[in-house]
Design a protein around this ligand. Structure first.
Ligand code: FRU
Length: 466
């Protein structure tokens, strides 16, 4: 089937809606659709948006370009779930139909206020002289319908000294006031976190930018997030223009967490510790929310930047979201756990040393704690594989994609490494879901998220020292 190319900035309309449905039907048959990860019906998925538990259901929205596997006019696609295990696609989506959002409905979050779910987003508005920042609002009502706010845009200004690239509202409640974070940067190239407040979620007042102490974190923030984890405040920031430091921040763009206390009065975040949220290749724009028990949880984009992936033109869909992860703070570090309800859906293969072949192309490889040695875990065949290498004495773990035939974004390197306490036994849980891999190290002390397209799924764990 020949698929059409569309102009970059057109929304779904009555006329092209049928085409999108046909494309989605074609994509369902793609051999690379995962079992447990959210992927778009067709086209491109990026950031998770509007995550919320509202009226007994989870709403998971996402950045969506429906017409093909590339970036273009962004809509908010939508899934609904009761348990974060099974999901149903919803027709209630955000379509950029208005003049103020003529270049797309960009990222933002969701929060229940009164009996409605408020969905905040950036109305992307380009002019020949650059972007004009505009933030907008839509409401979901208890009957599940979505409507845009008549008085959009709710914020239509650019504070002095900042560029027009201001986006990705994240709204939360603190001490009875609604607070909004927005990402941006100064004209002279320094990332900034903007702060607004509101009594009703409708009218917003600019308070200034939040100081992060001495931290210099690139030229622009995207997708800020805020969540309480135990007695700590945790900020998520997605960074543009932040450079690699040793093993860390190797991707085109990186996402970090900061643990500390937000001091609204003084517009300060007292940073106690911070780190890279995920050490894999394909991870960006994490968005936190509270699950139905009030537990801090997040989804992230299973992708990063402008990366291309194998098979995208055959598949006509690209990217997805990570599985939802619960957050905890342990000794100043953020720990991420996969909700056990999802983990239990996978076929588990347990290996200490030796070989196995999973029955399905989605499996959970549980590697018994690795004691002293130089361990190699290979997934695939000798001439087409990815490997996890663990050197216990050195305290180093590497995910190596260089043995794969299908290359992915090699310009950012084919290995990602991290260090751990030398001599410490390592427990590994690899959730491989038909090309979507999430590797949890010691129960989520570290996580590495990455895609890999080996043609065969043979598993082998061996100690190279023996
Ligand atoms: C991050 C991002 C956001 C923006 C959205 C557009 O991946 O660039 O800053 O709102 O994607 O799709």
């Amino acid at each position: 089937m020949e698929w059409k190319t569309f102009e970059k900035y057109i929304p779904i309309t009555e006329e092209n809606g049928e085409y999108v449905r046909e494309l989605a039907a074609y994509c369902q048959a793609s051999p690379r659709r995962p079992a447990f990860h959210l992927v778009p019906p067709c086209g491109l998925m990026n950031d998770p948006n509007g995550l919320a538990y509202y009226e007994g259901k989870y709403h998971i929205f996402y950045q969506w370009y429906p017409f093909g596997p590339s970036h273009g006019m962004k809509h908010w696609g939508h899934f609904i779930s009761e348990d974060l295990v099974s999901y149903e696609a919803s027709e209630e989506i955000l379509i950029p139909t208005e003049e103020y959002e003529k270049n797309g409905c960009y990222s933002g979050n969701g929060i229940p206020i009164g009996d409605k779910l408020f969905l905040y987003y950036t109305a992307n508005y380009k002019t020949p002289a650059g972007k004009v920042p505009k933030q907008a609002l839509a409401f979901m009502t208890p009957d599940g319908k979505i409507e845009k706010y008549q008085k959009n845009p709710i914020i239509d200004e650019k504070p002095e000294g900042l560029t027009g690239e201001i986006r990705d509202p994240f709204v939360f409640l603190r001490d009875g006031m609604y607070c909004m974070l927005l990402g941006g940067g100064t004209i002279d190239g320094q990332a900034r976190l903007l702060f607004y407040q509101s009594l009703d979620g409708l009218e917003w007042e600019y308070k200034g930018t939040i100081s992060l102490g001495n931290l210099k974190l690139g030229y622009m923030f995207e997708c800020p997030g805020f969540v309480r984890v135990g007695d700590k405040d945790v900020l998520f920031l997605s960074l543009m223009g932040f450079h690699p430091e040793g093993d860390r921040y190797q991707n085109e763009f990186s996402s970090i967490y900061l643990i500390g206390q937000l001091d609204i009065e003084n517009l300060k975040f007292e940073v106690e510790s911070y780190g890279e949220l995920d050490k894999g290749f394909d991870f960006y724009a994490p968005q936190p929310f509270y699950d139905k028990d009030g537990e801090p949880t997040f989804f992230a984009w299973f992708g990063c930047g402008m990366q291309e992936l194998p098979y995208k033109n055959e598949d006509m869909w690209i990217h997805g979201l990570t599985m939802p992860r619960r957050l905890a703070v342990k000794e100043g570090k953020l720990v991420q756990r996969l909700a056990s309800s999802i983990a239990g859906q996978y076929e588990t293969v347990t290996l200490k040393e030796g070989k196995a072949e999973p029955e399905k192309n989605s499996f959970h490889l549980q590697v018994e704690p690795l004691e002293e040695g130089i361990w190699q875990i290979q997934i695939g065949e000798e001439d087409d594989n990815f490997r996890i290498l663990v050197e216990t004495k050195k305290g180093r773990l590497t995910v190596d994609r260089s043995g794969l035939k299908q290359k992915i974004c090699c310009e950012y390197g084919e290995q990602r490494s991290l260090s751990f306490e030398p001599g410490k036994p390592l427990k590994l849980d690899l959730y491989y879901d038909n090309t979507f891999a999430e590797l949890f190290i010691n129960e989520g002390e570290e996580v590495m998220t990455f895609r890999a397209f080996p043609s065969k799924l043979k598993l082998c764990v061996k100690n190279k020292e023996e």
